[in-house]
Design a protein around this ligand. Structure first.
Ligand code: ADP
Ligand code: MG
Length: 267
């Protein structure tokens, strides 16, 4: 006949599997052994197991939401070197980290030349939002153009509009690098209009607002787009040198070359 403790162990293992408490099951042996030697109370033992389960679920939830958000690579505000980018003060980064920047209906515009950390900051803000349980979707304008041309052929533009209205935070990266034809510009205007005061958007661009019209097929649409974005927005102008080139410069790649900003930095 099986030993009583083995019977109990089997029953606990079965219950944990049925209740889908995978992390508790993983930690059970170690925590039980620790509890025996550390002489922890029953309550402390239970607390350790449940804390581990809660942490594991939060981690899984964030990983899933990050995947759904279509985040190209994970960047965090902690990884942002404030000293390297004096035009984005430490106070401003701390303010961004609170997530108030992405309060319902508010928009963020990150402007500046290539390589200064616009995408990094936009994604880091997205990660902050995800950690707060906010649904996020990240899209480059080049991706959007490709997507919309496919949708146009398949007569799915209306469906796409509905889908892109759902995330509470929409990150549109790299406005100004690719020209936007009338179909895309009109779609973008409809999207921003529908999201107005409901969803938040973060737009990054290497162009100033005044120059947006040059990359959008229709100047009137460009102005209308800004009219929906700007009234409830915070703009962050990043003026410093490219961080990418700075790293290369520090590694001596440009030794002997002038240190004036180069225009060859890819987006
Ligand atoms: P942009 O979108 O403005 O062209 P990115 O955000 O893609 O620039 O930044 C280029 C690279 O440099 C990325 O790998 C990014 O993580 C890094 N980077 C830029 N600025 C900083 C910074 N201040 N601290 C740390 N990494 C940075
Ligand atoms: Mg970028």
């Amino acid at each position: 006949m099986a030993h009583r403790s083995e019977v109990i162990y089997d029953r606990v293992s079965t219950a944990l599997a049925r209740l889908k408490l995978a992390r508790v099951a993983d930690c059970l042996d170690t925590s039980a052994a620790e509890a025996a030697t550390d002489k922890v109370t029953y309550l402390e033992f239970l607390d350790r197991l449940l804390t581990a389960e809660v942490a594991a679920r939060a981690e899984r939830d964030i990983a899933l939401k990050t995947k759904l958000a279509h985040v190209p690579f994970v960047k965090t505000l902690d990884q942002f070197d404030v000293a390297a980018q004096p035009s984005v003060g430490e106070r401003q980064v701390r303010e961004l980290a609170t997530g108030r920047f992405i309060a319902p209906g508010e928009n963020g515009l990150l402007l500046g030349p290539p390589g200064v950390g616009k995408t990094h900051l936009a994604i880091a803000l997205g990660m902050t939002a995800i950690a707060q349980g906010i649904s996020v979707y990240v899209l480059t304008l080049a991706d959007l153009v490709e997507m919309l041309h496919r949708d146009l052929k398949e007569d799915r533009l209306a469906e796409r509009l509905r889908t892109l209205c759902t995330p509470r935070l929409l990150i549109l990266d790299e406005m100004g690098y690719v020209p936007l034809d009338r179909v895309v510009a009109q779609f973008l205007f409809q999207l921003v209009s529908r999201r107005y005061l409901k969803g938040s958007s973060i737009v990054t661009s290497n162009k100033s607002y005044g120059e947006w019209g040059d990359s959008v097929a229709d100047h009137v649409l460009a102005a209308a787009l800004l009219d929906r974005l700007l009234p409830v927005s915070t703009t962050l102008n990043i003026r410093s040198q490219s961080y990418r080139l700075r790293e290369k410069r520090q590694a001596g790649v440009f030794h002997g070359l002038p240190t004036t900003p180069l225009v060859t930095d890819a987006p």
